[in-house]
Design a protein around this ligand. Structure first.
Ligand code: GLU
Length: 326
């Protein structure tokens, strides 16, 4: 599962973001990137493979500033490559986005934006989000990043966790949660605030956190924050004190682990499918299954080894498999 980390405050955002991403490494990813606002511009560093590659790149060509966003990507749309790694930047260079989830209607949105003259630099579904934000910032939102993001998100189908940074308002980050593509936690510090898809990323920094529910948007400055619904209605959210033990941290916003597992079903299913579907060619890609079509057709016996719930899943698979083979 991919990870998101954001920072706004007086420290240098880059090491805080990279450290947070490192703490989410166990979730798996294929590329990583960071964007920081420095000297009036947004600077990006991205690379494929492990975080060490990104670290080396940052070492050779450092960027730093008081506000930034970072991401570890698990590709769903577009191969793992530097140009597909997040953050993605708008054509006008004013906005950057990191995103967990899948924009289900990205093909039609991309065609619509291309017809308006937008040039895409990646094959990802995510890039439509940042181009939409730029479009609404220019038309109707008077450059306001929160309003432009709220408007853009209204066009997206699917489940998402999104963080947006803008060159025009470089004192704030905007975070959105739609459905269950992972959580959005806002860590409240002293004159600095943090955003993360998962608590462990920022638990070293602060134990005071708020959690976004679906269809909520948070605008986060260094010393305050504001939460709204997608239509702009202000919302009061409870602050949680996260206990400094790994079990409570892992349980996060949920009352108990069973509740967490129930709410994570959609995410688990997406994680299983992600990276194995070619949406444009409408094909299923099973890279681990090295069989020619000929070999697959000649299979005599398939054995599923499992216990508990996965045993029942295996039985469902047997049922489908036998129906297809019959
Ligand atoms: N769908 C996005 C992509 O392929 C986000 C993947 C993720 O959640 O890491 O770039």
């Amino acid at each position: 599962m991919c990870g998101i980390v954001g920072y706004v405050g007086a420290q240098n955002a880059t090491p805080i973001i990279i450290d947070g991403l490192q703490r989410l490494e166990y979730r798996g990813y294929d590329s990583a990137g960071v964007a920081v606002f420095q000297d009036g511009a947004i600077h990006l560093r991205r690379d494929v493979g492990k975080l060490i590659n990104l670290r080396n790149k940052l070492h050779a060509d450092p960027i730093g500033g008081g506000i930034g966003i970072g991401h570890t990507r698990w590709a769903t749309h577009g191969v793992p490559a530097e140009h597909n790694a997040h953050p993605h930047i708008s054509m006008d260079g004013e906005f950057v986005v990191v995103h967990n989830g899948i924009v289900e209607n990205y093909l039609e949105l991309r065609e619509e934006l291309q017809a308006e003259g937008v040039e895409f630099k990646s094959e990802t579904d995510t890039e439509v989000i940042v181009q939409l934000v730029a479009r609404f910032a220019a038309n109707g939102a008077q450059g306001d990043i929160t309003e432009a993001t709220r408007k853009a998100v209204g066009y997206l189908r699917g489940a998402h966790a999104i963080v947006v940074m803008s060159k025009r308002q470089p004192d704030r980050l905007v975070a959105v949660r739609i459905g269950n593509a992972g959580g959005v936690a806002i860590g409240l510090g002293d004159g600095e605030n943090f955003i993360a898809s998962d608590i462990p990323a920022i638990l070293e920094q602060t134990r005071k956190m708020i959690f976004l529910e679906t269809r909520q948007v948070a605008t986060v400055w260094a010393d305050h924050y504001m939460v709204q619904s997608l239509d702009g209605t202000p919302i009061n959210v409870a602050t949680h004190d996260i206990a400094w033990d790994p079990v409570s941290a892992a349980k996060g916003e949920f009352k108990h682990f069973m509740q967490k597992e129930i709410f994570e079903q959609a995410r688990s299913l997406t994680d299983t499918i992600r990276g194995r579907v070619e949406f444009e060619r409408e094909e299923i890609v099973l890279g681990d299954l090295v069989l020619t079509p000929e070999q697959a057709r000649n299979l005599q016996r398939i054995v599923t080894v499992a216990c508990g719930t996965s045993y029942y899943s295996g039985l469902v698979g047997k049922f489908y498999g036998e129906n297809i083979a019959a």
